[in-house]
Design a protein around this ligand. Structure first.
Ligand code: ZN
Length: 125
């Protein structure tokens, strides 16, 4: 009995549509389309509710699932990972996960060029 009540409550919560942006609490959400880009790869354009103030966008569960599937189809799902910096002599070393190395075609002994880009590090080969 109690469980049914909880499920019903959750369903009601889901069906509530935010009119005011829950991120900035200032803008209004408007229906629109948004190009989804993950790791610089275009995943396509999807319907979204977009805040007219902070431009944060919200997609429904079905759309989010489609975007996730597109990322998997393009082989970029799971390429972003946390990695720890270690010491190597006077320098610092970063371990590049195998999946990411394979995706970018990085191999041991390869000559690469590393440089800053704002507060990020770019590694080119
Ligand atoms: Zn907003």
């Amino acid at each position: 009995m109690k469980r049914e009540k909880t499920t019903g409550f959750l369903r009601d919560q889901k069906s509530i549509r935010f009119l005011t942006c829950p991120t900035c609490n200032k803008g209004q959400l408007k229906k629109g389309k948004r190009k989804e880009i993950m790791f610089g790869v275009d995943l396509g354009t999807y319907p979204a509710e977009i805040c007219d103030h902070c431009h944060e966008s919200y997609t429904d569960e079905e759309t989010t699932e489609k975007i996730l599937q597109a990322a998997k189809d393009k082989g970029i799902w799971g390429l972003g990972k946390h990695t720890r910096i270690t010491r190597s002599g006077n320098s610092l070393a970063v371990r590049i996960p195998k999946k990411l190395a394979d995706y970018l075609g990085l191999k041991e002994g390869m000559d690469t060029y590393i440089h800053p880009e704002g507060d990020k590090i770019i590694l080119e080969h």
